[in-house]
Design a protein around this ligand. Structure first.
Ligand code: HEM
Length: 280
């Protein structure tokens, strides 16, 4: 019998004897991943709700991995590898936006069947989402309070909060290229939100006016614009999906819901890169 099986393996080019070999499931820890969908209700649609959040968090993990590495590369003046990583971030963003199409199949009546089970849990408390915002330069400290009881995580969050963002290291690249950048920006307290600066705007404007001369900075700027554009599209689709499912009810996280999500849409990560478009 075993001879027969190994002959079949050979013919088909496959392996079936895994006594001493690592399987696909072991490598990917599928036991852990696939046993982590614990529904709190008997409602059929809760599975969709859990999986869509888990998938989003997995993609966020990869976005963070790429963003952090690209910040290190830009700090060390290695722009080409950073561009490749940032291009991957945008591809992931374009991918996760389709999650809203799947979630939109959840109707208000279906969601109401299990919404109470969530208590006060909300994506608002997503620490990976906040770490992405921190890496992009949007520093809001409310999430630090939420995780006060989890010292390891809090430490990681604080590090991300106090670290330079991708925009901070991009501004340093402008200074390194010889642009006259406000010196306060180059050694600033990175935990403070970035408010925009005329010297940075003048530098980006010059980059877009002489793209051949500043090709790398021009590419960097366009990669950043790609990422912000996708973030805004994600925010918009989230807001519309939420409106479609809960209307103008308050969020489980305690905010005004859609009104809050609309307000967040006004936040801009890289203000000068948007401003110069009018001035060119
Ligand atoms: C039925 C589906 C969903 C509903 C009704 C919903 C509702 C809301 C609401 C009302 C808020 C505002 C905070 C609050 O008061 O809770 C919020 C925030 C948030 N949600 Fe969702 N959400 C849904 C799905 C998702 C999914 C699939 C994700 C993916 C991870 C997600 C991620 C977030 C994030 C990151 C925030 C914080 C946004 C910010 O502060 O800018 N949500 N959500």
């Amino acid at each position: 019998m075993s001879k027969h099986l190994s002959e079949m393996e050979k013919e088909r080019g496959i392996h079936t004897d895994f006594k001493n070999r690592m399987t696909y499931g072991e490598y990917l820890k599928l036991d852990q991943i696939l046993s982590s969908q614990i529904c709190l209700s008997d409602h059929h649609d809760e599975m969709l709700f859990i999986i869509i959040h888990q998938v989003s968090e997995l993609w966020m993990k990869l976005i963070l991995h790429e963003l952090r590495a690209s910040i290190r590369q830009i700090e060390q003046d290695n722009l080409a590898p950073a561009f490749k990583m940032l291009a991957r971030v945008s591809k992931i963003q374009s991918q996760i936006i389709y999650a809203w199409d799947v979630l939109s199949t959840l109707t208000p009546s279906e969601y109401m069947e299990f919404r109470d089970k969530l208590g006060q849990a909300s994506g608002f408390q997503s620490y990976q989402y906040r770490m992405i915002e921190f890496a992009l330069g949007y520093k809001s400290d409310h999430v630090l309070k939420i995780y006060e009881k989890a010292p390891e995580l809090l430490k990681e969050l604080k590090q991300a909060y106090e670290a330079p963002s991708i925009y901070d290291v991009a501004i340093k690249q402008l200074a390194k290229a010889g642009f006259d950048i406000n010196s306060d920006l180059l050694e600033r307290d990175y935990s403070k939100p970035y408010k925009g600066d005329p010297t940075v705007e003048a530098a980006w404007l010059a980059v877009y006016q002489e793209v051949d001369k500043y090709w790398d900075l021009y590419q960097l700027a366009e990669k950043l614009i790609d990422i912000e554009d996708w973030i805004q599209q994600w925010r918009f689709r989230h807001m519309k999906t939420v409106e479609r499912i809960i209307g103008h009810k308050m969020g489980t996280g305690g905010s005004s819901g859609v009104t809050y999500l609309k307000k967040v849409l006004n936040h801009c990560f890289f203000p000068e890169l948007w401003n110069i478009r009018t001035k060119l």
